[in-house]
Ligand binder design. Structure first.
Ligand code: UP5
Ligand code: MG
Length: 213
């Protein structure tokens, strides 16, 4: 009797551990676009590290605003203490237990910081990796800039820097997770709905079910 009660308590507590899917890929690969679709269909909370940093940059009185803007414009990565704390706060504020962490971890500092602060508090389900060529990604980001995104990094100069950072710093993180068998690679060079078909396969293979709409 006591054993059964303890087992169901332990199973209940296990369910409370926030589950995380990291979403990685080059600038403009379509991480944000796909996260919106996943969020609607599977009920995950979409946390874009880039969006959280842009919000923090705009927050009156933020001590990090200027540093964040410098990093974003130069395609450099903000120190993990700042990003990890924004992610953690957003997770707590949501009151939910399933998260898409979009655009993070993107370098060794990010990975070490997350491991230190969050790995024990969360369960990493897998890493979605959107593969897309540099030319196509550049075209998409420049198109978005021309359409009035207002992003200070949607210009050719910033994009070249963002790509260098992606290749030098983020690819090794994807390889790190690949060695652990955690990466689900998706071709992101096709139309958004076709990309999403592949995403759904990755979620279904992991036993994640759609919401009943
Ligand atoms: N689009 C999307 N999918 C398409 C498709 N299949 N076919 C055709 N067009 C498609 O899409 C980009 C554009 O392409 C849009 O116009 C879209 O309609 C179209 P989006 O879904 O926005 O792509 P995404 O991969 O999210 O591109 P984003 O520009 O957001 O990627 P980044 O990784 O560069 O940007 P992020 O906001 O994550 O980071 C910005 C900066 O913040 C970083 O460079 C860094 O300086 C800083 N940062 C950190 O320091 N730490 C972090 O942890 C995160 C960010
Ligand atoms: Mg994005």
């Amino acid at each position: 009797m006591l054993y059964r009660a303890l087992r169901s308590l332990s199973s209940y507590l296990n369910k409370m551990v926030p589950e995380v899917v990291f979403v990685l890929g080059a600038p403009g690969a379509g991480k944000g676009t796909q996260c919106s679709l996943i969020s609607k269909e599977y009920g995950f909370v979409h946390l874009s590290a880039g969006d959280l940093l842009r919000e923090e940059r705009q927050r009156p009185g933020s001590e990090y605003g200027e540093m964040i803007e410098q990093c974003i414009r130069n395609g450099e990565i903000v120190p993990v203490e700042v990003t990890c704390s924004l992610l953690h706060k957003a997770m707590q504020k949501s009151g939910q237990t399933r998260f898409l962490v979009d655009g993070f971890p993107r370098n060794k500092d990010n990975l070490e910081g997350w491991t230190r602060e969050m790995a024990d508090k969360t369960k990493l389900l897998f890493v979605l990796f959107f593969e897309c060529s540099k030319d196509l990604c550049t075209e998409r980001c420049l198109g978005r800039g021309a359409a009035g995104s207002g992003r200070s990094d949607d210009n050719l100069e910033s994009l070249m820097k963002r790509f260098n950072t992606y290749l030098n710093d983020t690819m090794p993180i994807i390889e790190h997770y690949e060695k652990q068998g955690l990466v689900r690679k998706i071709n992101a060079e096709v139309a958004p709905d076709q990309v999403f078909e592949e995403v759904k396969k990755a979620f279904n293979q992991c036993g994640l079910e759609k919401l009943n709409n």
